[in-house]
Design a protein around this ligand. Structure first.
Ligand SMILES: [Zn+2]
Length: 280
């Protein structure tokens, strides 16, 4: 999405203030982003949606929006695929009304299909979705998220392929998911650098990305996430090496904290990022 600078904020309303005061509170904390959570359903109340957009603008908070979880673009059941498109479409309408620049969504599951077949189905679904969006004048960026479980469509390769093949698609990078899908693969700055190189290679730029960050406890098998943890929990991945690369490569990102300490850890991530800048 269009970003004037790197911004930080929580996944959803901050926990330290009533909702009516959420955006002023974010500003007071020095935060300037938020991903609105429409993960169960998309709000239909236009007045509420406009209010969120106005409050965010007045307090200089850049918004993305997380679409409902109930999406499977590669379901074998055509009705479920259509319902999935409908949910992302509703999310895109709300995002446009709210002034959110990016809609994050979970692409779905491989199910009984091979990984490649499921990816092809998801891409066909997304092409249909883009056409439906065009017909409604919705020019919102769609962000398939990197997912944590090997059964989920959303490997780094999956989301980069979607972005290459369809206009208006820019992946949402969830680093905790990348970490646990690869059995805790993000251990050093080089590990992060390899991921960023792949993205830059295939998208042509690293700018304007929406990223999710939290430390994460893997499941017993080592694949997939068991639970999110606060920064410094020891579970990893660590934010410091990524912050150094963000400065080195001079990227503009919307960094969304998915830590259990939502806005508290968003403030800490911003601090780590600013320290990394001073140390260079
Ligand atoms: Zn998500």
């Amino acid at each position: 999405m269009d970003l004037d600078r790197t911004r930080f904020g929580p996944a959803g309303y901050p926990s330290g203030a009533p909702r009516k005061e959420a955006f002023g509170y974010l500003r007071k904390l020095g935060l300037d982003g938020m991903e609105y959570q429409a993960v169960r359903s998309v709000p239909k109340n236009e007045e509420l949606i406009r209010w969120i957009g106005d409050e965010a603008r007045e307090n200089d908070v850049a918004l993305s929006l997380h679409a409902p979880y109930a999406v499977n673009l590669a379901s074998e059941d055509v009705r479920k695929r259509e319902a999935s498109l409908g949910r992302i479409l509703a999310a895109a309408s709300a995002a446009q009304l709210m002034g959110a620049g990016h809609v994050t969504f979970h692409p779905g599951y491989y199910g009984q299909f091979s990984e490649n077949e499921a990816l092809r189905m998801a891409i066909d679904s997304l092409k249909r979705l883009r056409a439906l969006m065009d017909a409604r004048g919705l020019n919102i960026e769609l962000g398939p998220e990197t997912m944590g479980k090997p059964s989920q469509i959303g490997s780094l390769n999956d989301v980069l392929t979607m972005a290459e093949e369809i206009e208006g698609i820019v992946p949402t990078l969830d680093f905790a998911h990348i970490h646990v899908r690869g059995r805790r693969r993000l251990r050093s700055e080089e590990d992060y650098a390899r991921i960023l190189d792949r993205i830059e290679d295939r998208l042509g730029t690293l700018n304007g990305l929406v990223i999710h960050f939290t430390e994460v406890e893997p499941t017993k098998s080592g694949y997939g996430e068991r639970r999110h943890h606060e920064l410094g929990s020891g579970y990893g991945p660590e934010f410091e090496p990524l912050a150094r690369l963000m400065i080195e490569r001079d990227v503009k990102w919307l960094v969304i904290s998915e830590s259990p300490l939502l806005e508290v850890d968003a403030v800490r991530m911003k601090g780590v990022y600013e320290d990394a800048r001073r140390e260079r």
